[in-house]
Design a protein around this ligand. Structure first.
Ligand SMILES: Nc1ncnc2c1ncn2[C@@H]1O[C@H](COP(=O)(O)OP(=O)(O)OP(=O)(O)O)[C@@H](O)[C@H]1O
Ligand SMILES: [Mg+2]
Length: 352
């Protein structure tokens, strides 16, 4: 990555190699959102391709990893068709001294082949209503499942939504929370983090209460972020896009979003109402749960009565001599007449 000098990148990779041992071989770097680096790798034992997310040492060095570890254990128990599961994790041993050579924290997850919702939106702009409804239902059902297990995401955004054959899966569940805990610990211990702005959320999808105090948010902040994503899917942009991160965050706190129906007329009123309620500044005014959101979406995405389907038109029978007498071309009259004249002439000539 261009942001890493060659020397620091080499030392990072050596350290990563030591942290992973013989279990994984790195194939290539996929990128990273700023708070972590993400690699495609082969898991040797099972001969499968996985994605490894490696946390920056500056973030996790010196923290008491207990809270961090607990969040990851909870995330590891999540199993849902619309969540990217955690497969494995590695961290420094409890008695390992912190320093440039200590192990890095990493997570392994399945490689989801496809694209992120961000990439999909870059190609398509906005999505048709039926696709938007389906994606939102998938995402809300995953949130509802995770909340039932006591897990919030805290960084819902199009980059963390992976589409595999068009089906949505939320990535980084639990990881964002664990990172946030780590950053809270780092900040309270007086350490400065260059990546802190990236870790604490993404301004265009941040709930007002998250802007004010990132460490006290609950699942209502995820509902707010989900509505920002929905708004973007339907209109081409999240509710607040400002020239600077600070101005975007200020708008989240104090500017009313433009009603969805003003920007897109085919959005059904119950959907627009529900999304605008999710965008309320006061979390208590938002729907009380992701399950409530799923219910509204279920009411809308009930398949419409399909129009009568005409019976399939059978293919035309193969043209055979037996079944196509009407298609035979009759002999022209002049040809018949000529044959008759020739036969008569031949008979006359033969007699004479
Ligand atoms: N499980 C996965 N399968 C396939 N691609 C992935 C997977 N996880 C991440 N990626 C890819 O790697 C990119 C970087 O992921 P990463 O989570 O570091 O960045 P981000 O989502 O933009 O930021 P954040 O650190 O805030 O989550 C993603 O945008 C995606 O393209
Ligand atoms: Mg991510």
């Amino acid at each position: 990555m261009s942001t890493h000098s060659a020397a620091s990148d080499r030392s990072f990779r050596e350290r990563l190699h030591r942290s992973l041992g013989d279990a994984y071989v790195i194939i290539r770097e996929l990128g990273g959102g700023g708070s972590a680096r993400v690699f495609l790798a082969t898991e040797i034992a099972l001969e499968r391709t996985v994605v490894l997310k490696v946390l920056p040492a500056e973030l996790t060095a010196g923290i008491d990893g207990t809270r961090f570890h607990r969040e990851i254990l909870i995330a590891a128990r999540l199993q849902h068709p619309h969540l990217v599961p955690l497969l494995n994790a590695g961290e420094p041993a409890a008695d390992e001294p912190h320093g440039a050579g200590s192990a890095l924290r990493w997570y392994a997850m399945p490689f989801v082949e496809g694209q992120t919702l961000r990439e999909h939106l870059q190609l398509r702009g906005t999505l048709p209503l039926h696709e938007a409804l389906r994606l939102l239902r998938e995402l809300a059902s995953a949130l509802a499942y995770a909340y039932a297990k006591g897990v919030v995401h805290r960084d819902i955004k199009p980059e963390n939504i992976l589409l595999s054959d068009g089906v949505a899966m939320i990535a980084d569940f639990g990881v964002a929370k664990a990172l946030e805990d780590a950053s809270a610990e780092a900040v309270s211990s007086g350490r400065r983090l260059t990546t802190v702005g990236m870790i604490l959320g993404t301004p265009a999808y941040m709930a007002p209460e998250q802007v004010n105090n990132a460490h006290v948010v609950d699942h209502k902040a995820d509902l707010y972020a989900l509505a920002c994503v929905a708004y973007e899917i339907l209109t081409g942009a999240p509710p607040f896009v400002r020239p600077s991160l600070r101005a975007t965050m200020a708008a989240q706190v104090s500017t009313a979003p433009t009603p969805l129906t003003q920007l897109r007329t085919d959005v059904p009123a119950p959907l627009a109402d529900m999304l605008m309620r999710c965008l309320e500044k006061d979390p208590r005014q938002r729907p009380h749960s992701a399950t409530a959101v799923v219910k509204v979406l279920d009411g809308l995405s009930a398949p419409p009565v399909p129009p009568p389907v005409p019976p399939p038109v059978p293919p035309p029978p193969a043209a055979t001599v037996e079944n196509t007498p009407q298609t035979r071309t009759p002999l022209p009259v002049w040809l018949v007449a000529m044959v008759v004249v020739l036969l008569v002439a031949a008979g006359w000539w033969a007699r004479g």
